[in-house]
Ligand binder design. Structure first.
Ligand SMILES: Cc1cc2nc3c(=O)[nH]c(=O)nc-3n(C[C@H](O)[C@H](O)[C@H](O)COP(=O)(O)O)c2cc1C
Length: 186
């Protein structure tokens, strides 16, 4: 089973749902959402609509609290945990050992088991505030990245976004304990 954890990069939700739909054709998926992803309505859509789509695709209730996510450590075996989309917030917390959401709890639990986590990054501060934390996770065992790049270098000079088209190939590699290359998307 694959874990699919969505965090609050709301502009990436439609692309992430397209990825989820494809993954669900091949894998049993355990859906997980950070509390912000689960509850917040934004200009990109209503939380309830996104939740329904995710649960319809996965045919499972969304893991959305720290106690819900805790069993991923001792009892729920995930072959890989895909964090898609992954905010700078969630990525930075994980890099710094902070566990205060369902998403960070799921990631912590998966890493406790020495199993792979695949990060599909989308953050406006990838080349500023989150940069040191991205660097930390690049060196962390069992953490892999979907290839990423600057998405709008002149309008949003610090923004980094992964290539959502490459999630499936990156997952195949992560399942074998490998980082897909090149990690910097072109
Ligand atoms: C409309 C909207 C879009 C956002 N897009 C992003 C984004 O693309 N990347 C990001 O890192 N944060 C983004 N944020 C900020 C996160 O939602 C915020 O940091 C939140 O605390 C993330 O919590 P989580 O990581 O627990 O889901 C956005 C917020 C809003 C309201």
């Amino acid at each position: 089973m694959i874990g699919f954890c969505m965090t609050g990069s709301f502009c990436s939700f439609s692309k992430s749902l397209a990825v989820l739909l494809k993954l669900a054709e091949k894998y049993e998926i355990l859906p997980i959402m950070s509390e912000n992803a689960y509850f917040l309505d934004t200009k990109f859509g209503k939380a309830e609509d996104f939740r329904k789509k995710v649960e319809d695709i996965c045919k499972k209730q969304i893991v959305r609290t720290i106690p819900d996510a805790e069993p991923i450590g001792p009892s729920v075996v995930l072959d890989c945990l895909v964090v898609c989309p992954c905010t700078g917030n969630t990525l930075s917390k994980v890099a710094l050992g902070i566990t205060d959401t369902a998403a960070t709890m799921a990631i912590k639990a998966q890493l406790r088991n020495c199993r792979p986590v695949l990060v599909a990054l989308a953050t406006n501060d990838g080349l500023s505030g989150s940069a040191p934390n991205i660097a930390k996770l690049l060196q962390r065992k069992n953490v892999f990245f979907v290839p990423f790049a600057q998405d709008s270098p002149f309008k949003k000079k610090n923004s980094l976004v992964c290539d959502f088209e490459k999630v499936r190939d990156a997952l195949d590699a992560a399942l074998m304990g490998e980082q897909i290359q090149p990690i910097l998307a072109t």
